[in-house]
Design a protein around this ligand. Structure first.
Ligand code: AMP
Ligand code: GLY
Length: 420
């Protein structure tokens, strides 16, 4: 079967590598892909905002299945558009994608179905928000409602910071803002929890711990993710049961009552407090870099799992995992998540001899005349799998040093909670 993957990040390269091993998949197109996907798939440079051009390419090339990696095309309804043309899509429709596209949609769902989450208020103008802040305790969390590439969340320690956050969001820093959320600050440990669903049934799809802050010791600005490990150290049967019963099941029931369903990966960003889960946010896709650590642990043929979802037969598949632990360090362009330079050549990638438990997933990279150049803030993902997180980290750092790309930086402390 021919498959098309939409996206160009580390997540999409990891999806591509797992699908490539599948006995069900004969050819992969990546739209638009990166210099890593270019090694195993055919990259097609199409504008992701133009659904018709994407559809025409898929039809012309007899692509039988499309997997949508990132949130933006999902929230904008690419899955609905392609399905209307009788194209098989793995990824949720526009209504279900509101779980990520609108924080107020998710909060209202939480309220209706008693899903544990931070207490919150929704405010439609700056002065109401500021009045509320004046009566609040700190820290407090202020969020833009729509998609903001992981950046529209402020943790405020005092009134001045809160007022600045409210003014920035309503001032349009993350696009036009009609409302904001102000939330209680939850103190606990975060966990990324994944399920895969065919619209009828679902199965757990692993856990991971992301590292969102740019600097070591979880300091500095939020980023898309500087590294991750899988499984999360908090994974246990009792917590798993609580997450499914208190969070995932009522969410899927809520979607059903809206006369829709969820097909694809659902990613619950959780705060765990005393072994009790609270929902911080939903994403309607795999996490990046969580995907890069979870997929190498998958034992079952990934293509078979996705096809079972398309055929609403997920219940017939037993998803198996390797016991090993996996850890990912992201090599970023100096300056990220703020200003950084693109188009800097990355040499030595050809000379990196990786064994079967080591991976370099490309993110912001591109090819020009057979050479590889940087093309984004997060550039390469170094992933190592073994019986020990510590060994993984040592080896990932060794690989990054061997590459010796002087225009990059990375966190050396990924996994600090599970490594002494
Ligand atoms: P989000 O984009 O909603 O995942 O938020 C980004 C990050 O902000 C999360 O990963 C948390 O670290 C933090 N965060 C968001 N909401 C809260 C909250 N209510 N309490 C504590 N931390 C939060
Ligand atoms: N790693 C966080 C995210 O994918 O949103």
């Amino acid at each position: 079967m021919k498959v098309g993957i939409i996206g160009s990040g580390g997540r999409e390269h990891a999806l591509c590598v797992s699908l490539k091993k599948s006995e069900k998949i004969s050819k992969i197109y990546c739209i638009p892909g990166n210099a890593g996907t270019n090694l195993i798939a055919e990259n097609i440079d199409l504008n992701l905002n133009d659904f018709e051009i994407i559809k025409n390419f898929i039809v012309k090339n007899n692509i039988e299945l499309v997997i949508i990696g990132p949130e933006k095309p999902l929230v904008e309804g690419l899955a609905d558009y392609l399905e209307n043309e009788n194209i098989n899509v793995f990824g949720p429709n526009k209504i279900a994608s509101q779980l990520e596209g609108s924080k107020t949609f998710t909060k209202k769902l939480c309220e209706k179905y008693n899903i544990p989450t931070a207490k919150f208020g929704i405010f439609h103008n700056p002065s109401n928000g500021i009045d509320f802040i004046k009566k609040s305790k700190f820290p407090i969390v202020i969020k833009a409602d729509g998609l903001a590439a992981g950046k529209g969340v402020y943790i405020c320690e005092n009134e001045d910071q809160s007022i600045q956050a409210i003014n920035e969001i309503f001032g349009g820093k993350f696009g036009e803002a009609k409302k904001i959320l102000i939330e209680e600050f939850l103190k606990g440990e975060e966990m990324s929890f994944f399920v895969i669903s065919d619209g009828k049934n679902y199965k757990s799809f692993g856990t991971a711990q992301d590292h969102k802050r740019v600097f070591e010791g979880d300091k500095g600005k939020n980023t898309g993710g500087m590294g991750a490990y899988s499984p999360s150290r908090m994974e246990n049967k009792e917590l798993d049961k609580k997450i499914l019963e208190k969070i995932i099941n009522p969410t899927l029931k809520g979607l059903k009552e809206l006369k829709t369903e969820f097909k694809g990966f659902l990613y619950a960003g959780l705060m765990v407090i005393n072994n009790e889960p609270y929902l911080i946010e939903y994403n309607v896709r795999m996490g990046d870099p969580e995907c890069q650590t979870i997929l190498p642990r998958l034992k079952t043929d990934f293509g078979k799992i996705i096809l079972a979802c398309i055929n609403k037969k997920l219940e017939t598949i037993n998803i198996e995992w390797f016991d090993q632990k996996s850890l990912c360090i992201v090599l970023c362009s100096k300056g990220y998540p703020e200003k950084y330079e693109n188009n800097i050549e990355i040499k030595n990638l050809d000379e990196m001899n990786l064994d079967k438990n080591e991976f370099i997933f490309h993110a912001g990279t591109k090819n020009i005349d057979k050479k590889i150049y940087s093309n984004g803030g997060r550039v390469l993902n170094f992933v190592v799998k073994s019986e020990s997180f510590k060994k993984n980290r040592v080896r990932a750092i060794e690989l990054i040093n061997k590459l010796s790309w002087n225009y990059g930086f990375f966190r050396k402390d990924i996994g600090f909670k599970v490594i002494d």
